[in-house]
Ligand binder design. Structure first.
Ligand code: CDP
Length: 212
C-alpha cells in the first residue's frame, strides 16, 4: 500500500504521515528532508542558491543515510530548501530515490508537495492536508520552540506564505492537490482528531476499493 500525503508548510502532514505509517506498519519518508538537505549543502558550501549547476550536483550527491534530521529542520534551512526545490533538475535527481522508497514492501507513506501528483500518482490513498496560515504559523512556532529555536510568529507566518507562494507557482511539480486526493482540513482539529480523520479517510478508501 502506498499512501501519499501532500500539503502546504506546517499543515500537519508530517505528523499525520508518521502516525499513519505506524498504524499500518509502513515505511515513512518525509520528502521535505531531501530538499532541505540540498538547501543545507548549498548554504554549508557557501554557494549562492541560484547557482543551479551546484544545486543539481548537491542533489545527485545526496546520501539520505547521512541525514541529521535536527540540523535539516532548522528554520535557516527552510527557505533554502524551497528555492532549490523549484529547480526541475534537482527534483529530477531526487525522483528515483523517492519512487524506489514508495515501492518498499509492505508499503510506504510519503509526505511532501508532489507525492500524489508526480512521485506516486498511482498511490492507493492520497491526502491533501490544509489549515489556515495563522494556525499553521502557531503550530510551527511551537515546533521550533520545542527544538530550542527562537521563533517570532509574524516572521514564521511571513515565511510560510512566501514558501506557499513559491511552491505553488513554480512550474516544476507545484504544490497542488491531485484530482483524486482527499482534502483534510486540520484548522480546527487537535492532533488526535487529525489522526482519526486521516485513518477514517484511509479506511473508507480501502474498503471502497475492496468492494469494487
Ligand atoms: O515542514 P515544512 O512544510 O515547513 O517543510 P518541508 O515539508 O520539509 O519542505 C521544505 C520545502 O521543500 C518546501 O517549502 C518545498 O519547497 C520543498 N519540498 C518540495 O518541493 N517537494 C516535496 N515533496 C517536499 C518539500
Amino acid at each position: 500500500m502506498i499512501i501519499a500525503i501532500d500539503g502546504p508548510a506546517a499543515s500537519g502532514k508530517g505528523t499525520i504521515a508518521k502516525y499513519v505509517a505506524q498504524v499500518y506498519g509502513l515505511h515513512h519518508l518525509d520528502t521535505g528532508l531531501l530538499y532541505r538537505a540540498v538547501g543545507k549543502a548549498m548554504l554549508d558550501a557557501g554557494h549562492l542558491l541560484d547557482d543551479t549547476a551546484r544545486a543539481i550536483e548537491a542533489a545527485i550527491a545526496l546520501d539520505p543515510k547521512q541525514f541529521d534530521e535536527n540540523a535539516l529542520k532548522l528554520q535557516s534551512v527552510t527557505e533554502a530548501a524551497s528555492v532549490v526545490a523549484a529547480i526541475p533538475e534537482v527534483r529530477q535527481a531526487l525522483m528515483s530515490y523517492q519512487r524506489q522508497f514508495a515501492m518498499k514492501t509492505p508499503g510506504a507513506v510519503l509526505d511532501g508537495r508532489d507525492i500524489g501528483t508526480v512521485i506516486a500518482p498511482g498511490a492507493d490513498v492520497k491526502l491533501f492536508v490544509v489549515a489556515t496560515p495563522e494556525v499553521r504559523a502557531k503550530r510551527r512556532v511551537l515546533e521550533l520552540k520545542a527544538r530550542g529555536e527562537e521563533a517570532d510568529e509574524k516572521e514564521v507566518l511571513a515565511d510560510l506564505l512566501r514558501r506557499d507562494e513559491r511552491d505553488s507557482r513554480r512550474t516544476a511539480a507545484p504544490l497542488k492537490a491531485a484530482p483524486d486526493a482527499h482534502l483534510l482540513d486540520t484548522t480546527h482539529l487537535g492532533i488526535d482528531a487529525a489522526f482519526r480523520a486521516a485513518v477514517a479517510i484511509i479506511e473508507a478508501a480501502r474498503t471502497g476499493r475492496k468492494r469494487r
